[in-house]
Write a protein that binds this ligand. Structure first.
Ligand code: NAD
Ligand code: GLY
Length: 371
């Protein structure tokens, strides 16, 4: 067992810790026992993660005297829908779970989001624990209590703010993650540097390639630094009335790209975020808010590790600025029919604004589509 980092998320009565280490799954039982209301849990996982990690987790729970059952959902974004949610909740009720039973989300952001949402509604709310197994879920989605599912009207439009009781991020699980998924998570990490920490971005420029290739110590450090950054923002603005919206850097564009590609394998969330971040920098540069060299530096870093930055790497034949803008105007971040953008004055200098003209947006998208 490696050194375990403990990152607190300070939210008064809803405070919790994020534990980050290598091999944490083997000691999940002893970490969980003190925080459980009763020694009983239901594990929710997916059919990719179950054969890899379910047995290790269950063995550890049994050793700590914790009673457990499990539900295995299909992997993939399509799982975040009403049909799966309904099946999951009915299954939990059928198993006669009680208010003191906790759910454990063992998997990536899909499993974390649907499990957290189920926990927030079943029996009017029960505890849940995040055991994230993708880089994206370790650096972002398992922390901060955003839970939910998708609607045909858009991504994550149905959900709740509901904090976990504990997050256990076992860095060792990243060893089995396909490289494409690892890189997708890396894009969310870079986001923290770009929002308000230019030193972290510079560190990622140096260390990113080695950590993407597999250096576990660097992976642990990047998860800890990302969780610390997110914990500060969430503690300031849990329900996203202000500063938390900065975490959406690149996401207004990304969600439009995901909607346009049908939330499928041709573009996964973190890849959309990388392209979306580049577009947010391009728009800022177009508006003369950010030097062009900063856009190039960001694109260069993403490309160095192997992330996409260009629309043409994914765009379909019918794409126009207008089709993308149509998706953007349906986003959760629309207020009084104006899109709230996260723009930037440069690396580490992101800010929120809804003062962006349609002309500037369409012309940035037009340029990006022709590159
Ligand atoms: P995911 O959960 O779909 O996982 C990606 C793939 O990796 C899946 O096929 C999964 O089965 C597989 N997998 C997971 N762990 C593995 C491991 N250790 N080894 C091998 N395979 C493994 O996707 P994700 O990227 O983790 O999460 C994306 C989701 O997170 C999206 O739905 C997005 O909306 C959501 N999200 C939520 C928040 C939030 O704050 N709640 C933030 C960011 C993203
Ligand atoms: N991933 C954005 C947030 O948690 O607010």
């Amino acid at each position: 067992m490696s050194y375990i980092n403990r990152v607190p998320v300070e939210l008064g009565k809803r405070s919790y810790d994020i534990l980050v280490g290598i091999g944490l799954l083997q000691q999940a039982g002893e970490e969980l026992l003190p925080i459980l209301r009763q020694p009983r849990v239901a594990i929710i996982t997916d059919d990719n993660v179950a054969p890899l990690y379910l047995e290790t987790l269950e063995t550890s729970l049994s050793a700590a005297g914790i009673n457990h059952s499990h539900t295995i959902l299909p992997h993939g974004e399509q799982t975040k829908d009403f049909t799966c949610l309904q099946r999951l909740v009915e299954q939990l009720l059928k198993n006669k779970m009680e208010r003191g039973t906790a759910l454990i989300a063992l998997g990536g952001g899909v499993i974390g989001d649907i499990t957290g949402f189920a926990a927030s509604i079943v029996l009017r709310g029960i505890d849940f624990i995040q055991v994230p197994t993708t880089l994206l879920s370790q650096v972002d989605s398992s922390v901060g209590g955003k839970t939910g599912i998708n609607s045909p009207h858009g991504k994550n439009l149905i959900g709740s703010f509901y904090q976990p009781r504990l997050v256990l991020a076992d860095i060792g699980t990243l060893d089995t993650l396909p490289q494409r998924e690892l890189l997708a998570g890396y894009a969310e990490t870079v986001k923290y540097g770009l929002i308000n920490d230019s030193d972290f971005f510079a560190w990622l420029e140096e260390q990113g390639p080695a950590l993407c290739k597999g250096d576990q110590a660097l992976r642990q450090e990047v998860v800890v630094r990302s969780c610390r950054a997110k914990a500060v923002i969430v503690a300031t603005d849990e329900r996203e009335v202000g500063a938390r919206a900065l975490l959406n850097l690149g996401h207004t564009f990304a969600h439009a790209l995901e909607a346009e590609t049908g939330y499928g394998d041709s573009l996964i969330h973190g890849e959309a975020v990388a392209i979306g971040i580049k577009l947010a920098f391009d728009l800022s540069s177009h508006l003369k808010l950010c030097p062009k060299q900063e856009c190039e530096r960001v694109a260069h870093h993403f490309e160095t590790v192997g992330l996409p930055t260009k629309l043409r790497e994914i765009a379909g034949p019918d794409w126009t600025p207008q089709t993308l803008v149509n998706h953007m105007t349906r986003d959760k971040k629309v207020r009084n029919e104006k899109i709230t953008f996260v723009l930037t004055n440069g690396i580490g200098k992101a800010f929120l604004t809804s003062d962006v003209s349609m002309d500037a947006l369409e012309s940035t998208l037009q340029d990006a589509l022709s590159q």
